[in-house]
Ligand binder design. Sequence first.
Ligand code: BGC
Ligand code: NOJ
Length: 829
Amino acid sequence: MKFGYFDDLRKEYVINTPRTPYPWINYLGNQGFFSLISNTAGGYSFYKDARLRRITRYRYNNVPLDMGGRYFYINDNGTIWNPGWSPVKTELDEYECRHGMGYTIIKGKKNGLKAEVTFFVPQNYDGEVQQVVLTNEGTEAKSFSIFSIAEWCLWDAQDDCTNFQRNFSTGRVEIEGSTIYHVTEYRDRRNHYAFYTVNDEIDGYDTDRDSFLGSIYNGWDNPETVKADKPSNSFADGWSPVASHYKKVTLAPGESKTLIYILGYAENPQDKKFASEKPANLLTRETWVLNKEKAYAMIDKYNTPEKVAAGLEELRTTWDKLLSIFKVDTPDDKVNRMVNIWNQYQCMVTFNLSRSASYFESGIGRGMGFRDSNQDILGFVHQIPERARERLIDIASTQLSDGGCYHQYQPLTKKGNADIGGDFSDDPLWMILSVAAYIKETGDWGILDANVPFDDDPEGKHTMLEHLDVSFYHIVNNLGPHGLPLAMRADWNDCINLSCFSDTPGESFQTYTNPKFKAEGGYSKVAESAFVAALFTYTGPAYVGILEHLGKADEAAKAQAEIDKMKKNTMESAFDGDWFIRAYDANGEKMGSKECEEGKIFIEPQGFAVMSEIGKDVGADIKTLNSIDKYLNCEFGLVLNNPAYTKYYIQYGEISTYPGGYKENAGIFTHNNAWIICAEAYAGRGDKAFEYYSKIAPAFTEETSDIHKTEPYVYGQMIGGKDAKNFGQGKNSWLTGTAAWNMVAISQYILGVKPEFDGLRVDPSIPAAWDGFAATRQFRGDTYEITIKNPDHVNKGVKSLTVDGAAVEGCIVPVAGDGKTHKVEVVLG
Ligand code: BGC
Ligand code: NOJ
């Protein structure tokens, strides 16, 4: 069952009922100011850091689920409704929500009155613009009123939802004309404020939540002021400050009125915090006056429909440009809309927000993840390489000089989080992969010379290349008894915790270390990860390629020898006959082996092992891929492990705490499905690769949205696996490495357009049924118009490749570097 449809021309998903199986959200903003907005206008805004600069309040895990946002209430002679249906939930005559690239349009119609609200964050602007167009579609004049509402968060979202003894007494506002300012803590230690304004005179306002609601017993669905059609003109003093504008409107038949609301954020320099004069119309209880210059300028920027239209146009053009860098035309519409629109869009969102704020991430927990952000770059780097470069330098600066990494860092401070710490065994490798991806995309070898400090040597002069060296050797220097990388606190799978042995509730599996490993440096020196081994052999060649390019032949050979050794060790100690084991636990026992009672096979090491060609000479790759198909494949994707754990294995940790079929215990973790899609494509099995791709790609799951629940336009982290009661049900949508990896899987492995150090590889691995496809790729200043023909209906194999008519040996299109458009023709066979 569907709850809407894709409008590919406008690059929108159109939702035609407010009753989606879960709030279906969108993100506004892509620089500093961000908003989350659901299809019923729920959500919130923040500036840069979802925890430390939360602008509006949101209550997670609420009942009903999505309650709180920026709402407009219309009181049409006693009939009270919201354009987005919620929170009042009066049945609408018409409803539609269009989530587009950085904007959302919500339309509601009731009793002949139409309200269309366009929400967006303009480019280079720290505010959300909300344009409300009210149209009387009836045959008689209509008089009604409209109320706006936004509830302020007292800045630190964590403190805001816990420290009530203090917070209930700190809230402060100022009101000037139609603008309500939020200035809590501004007098003392803050230099930032927020405001909510409308471009018209108002007939009243409220700034105190309980006065707006009329009673502490009322909810957002039942505000007394709206019911009474009478604002209380309240002035907040502590408790919960809000901003609500009240406006009376009369419309002749066919007449429209546009109101533009802006929810903005601004910072003042320390010496310009206060205004010297108090305007006559200013309402305040303070002796000081906020300097509002920045707000005035922001308000002026979008106070007419023409200016709003220009802002929207600028946003559209920005996105059209971003999405023109890589475009495909395949025989499958669903592939086209994923690649050309939604997957790339999601990659931008994950790049911006990492795992901080979604409807499953509260914005107060994690900062930016080291491994997460590095992987996000893989899907994003072609869009804005300069921002990827900056991010790489930020991330690398949190690394330690021995190659170890802080697992997370805060975007505002750009410092590693000491409370989470480090020792996640996979972290350094993702850095090699992302820096290599950046160089492959841009040809900017200069990044290797960039001065990038280490966290433990902030003043030292170090280069990015040194970061890659220590990353590579951090693995080599931390091997266990079988010559495989130590698992440490965890690898990619945060829930395999081999040094934990936790038997006490409340201990964090990720940060708790059993005292028995204290003497050994914090984690077992026996537990090893076959996944990190395979990731190392997959990633290592990029490092070798970099050294070769720099003319460091000896160092390259030395690194290559380590890769070869790791492959040998993996084949000798981690190949289980038909697949690769997952790990050796701290007792030296195999995990993810035929010998195990449960969890006999895991997905994670397999894809990278296949792509590293470990044991290819003895058929290990095909055996492994066939085992995945046999044991992990199911209707909705590939489960992470099988059989699911049915009891607690103290030696494995968190993974065995989840009910079977959920999360890391045999859930369908879409992130690592991509690694298998890549591996199948790599092995030349384009049909299998495509089968797996189409099981999880959102556009393909649209038809079963009732089962899948989450948004059909973006990936979620997890889908209930075959052992789960809710088989096929998606969770944790939006902020997941799945976005980047599936972008890589479809674009670089299936469609096979893959940047390399020395050019653009074109080597597709597609469904045999396809006659071919076309792609446009901007690459290092040139544009390549690529046509793939598949006359023999094969999966893979480049029979011929020509660039502007001239034959090229192999399948790498050399960099032309002339800024022109080039025609690339590839015939498969
Ligand atoms: C989740 C993981 C997550 C980790 C760190 C675990 O409980 O299952 O998916 O990566 O916490 O937040
Ligand atoms: C979510 C984390 O963000 C990601 O880094 C991790 O790899 C997966 N969980 C798997 O545990």
